[in-house]
Design a protein around this ligand. Structure first.
Ligand SMILES: C[S@@+](CC[C@H](N)C(=O)[O-])C[C@H]1O[C@@H](n2cnc3c(N)ncnc32)[C@H](O)[C@@H]1O
Length: 393
């Protein structure tokens, strides 16, 4: 069966077919494909509609209610920015005074649409013909065609005259494999910087594992987490860059930010009654020292990012624990403690210690009505186990 471009469904008959496929998938998932064939005599169109219905179901967590009107490719959906992150980026660009922006690798359009909704005019380009068709169809479906002009074009060929902001989210996968070296992105990161040299505000999305040593000295590097997972990093240059390093922690719809130079070392000292585990975005941005100041905390080992405090300092930037017991790491003694305390719901965490949390948890044979978190780490050079109670966030 040949591949059908999803935009062949962008007409009243196609919309109705996708709606029927969505309903059938909900009502009788095992028979949906066969049942859909009764609604069209074009088997390729039926397959395309079923494919879209499946992708829309998968897209909901990223796109929310827009999903029902949009078209997707599997790759396009996987690579698309989450709406909450795209909106924040658009908000920052608009606040910096950007007006006309080029989205140089627009994919199915998630970032371009967020920017349009923040009042920017967008030229959105993608080198893949089907992806560009889908972005165009999505702009129309969302009522944004007036603000977003989609072109099937390479970023390298895009005329940036009159543009005051450039955003690029280059492809970081090839043949299903993740690419870590920014020089191998499509387009390569150094090329994107060169292409956008004369633009006032520039933003390039990069992998969260980017090596700090290749971050341009004038750039702001930002790491973003959503509900505890680091989902992306971006480099900002020009007027829109305001701090060398930024961690943006999104919980629900709330954004908490921490900024700093990214080269400071937190103080090292004794442990206290409470432990704070920094959010991954704070750690990746090298802002643990700034967080330590915020919670009046210190490290117990210079290279292990757990902060210890003497009092509770609630913050969305870290998960807090009350330390109930401090003991040397010894599996047999820990098993006795878990049994004595009747701990059935046990979370095991580690940092700076050579243990496998899942395996250790099994070895400790948790049983009983109580709940606890066991954190295995090093205090100075001693392997230490901390039995903790997680604090409400
Ligand atoms: C990570 S995706 C972009 C996702 C998009 N920001 C979104 O949220 O929907 C990268 C896109 O870059 C496109 N691409 C790769 N090389 C390109 C080039 N040289 N010029 C323009 N687009 C390119 C790919 O086709 C892919 O759609």
């Amino acid at each position: 069966m040949t591949h059908v471009n999803a935009t062949r469904l962008d007409n009243p008959e196609g919309h109705a077919l996708v709606a029927t496929a969505t309903r059938l998938l909900t009502e009788r998932p095992d028979r949906a494909a066969v049942a859909l064939r009764r609604h069209t005599d074009d088997p390729e169109l039926a397959q395309a509609a079923m494919n879209q219905a499946t992708l829309r179901a998968a897209a909901y967590p990223k796109f929310g209610p827009d999903t029902a009107r949009m078209f997707f490719t599997r790759d396009g959906l996987e690579q698309a920015s989450r709406a909450v992150v795209a909106e924040r980026r658009a908000d920052r660009l608009a606040a910096a005074g950007a007006d006309r922006v080029a989205d140089l690798c627009c994919g199915i359009g998630a970032d371009a649409f967020a920017m349009a909704r923040h009042g920017l005019t967008v030229v959105a380009v993608d080198s893949d013909a089907e992806t560009a068709d889908i972005a165009r169809a999505n702009a129309a479906a969302l009522g944004l065609s007036g603000q977003v002009e989609v072109r099937h074009e390479r970023a390298q060929d895009t005329d940036l005259t009159g543009v005051d902001a450039a955003f690029a989210d280059p492809a970081r996968r090839h043949a299903g494999r993740r690419i870590f070296d920014p020089r191998m992105y499509s387009p390569p990161l150094p090329e994107l910087w060169r292409l956008t040299e004369d633009v006032d505000h520039r933003v390039c999305k990069v992998g969260p594992g980017i090596d700090h040593s290749i971050i341009p000295p004038d750039a702001e590097a930002e790491w973003v987490s959503v509900d505890g997972d680091v989902v992306e990093a971006a480099l900002w240059r020009g007027g829109v860059a305001t701090a060398p390093r930024r961690a943006s922690v999104i919980t629900g719809r709330r954004v908490t930010e921490l900024t700093g130079p990214g080269d400071r070392q937190a103080t090292v000292g004794e442990i206290g009654g409470f432990l704070y585990e920094p959010d991954g975005a704070v750690i990746r941005a090298h802002l643990v020292a700034e967080l330590a100041e915020l919670v009046a905390g210190r490290l117990a080992h210079p290279k292990i990012a757990y902060l210890y405090t003497d009092a509770i300092h609630p913050t969305p930037l870290a998960t807090g624990y009350r330390i109930d017991e401090v003991l040397p790491f010894h599996v047999k003694k820990l098993r006795q403690l878990v049994a004595a305390r009747r701990i059935g719901r046990l979370t095991v965490k580690k940092r700076g210690a050579d243990v496998e949390p899942d395996r250790l948890r099994r070895e400790l044979k948790p049983a009983g009505d109580n709940e606890a978190t066991l954190i295995v780490t090093r205090i100075g050079e001693r392997h230490t186990a901390l039995l903790c109670e997680r604090l409400p966030s």
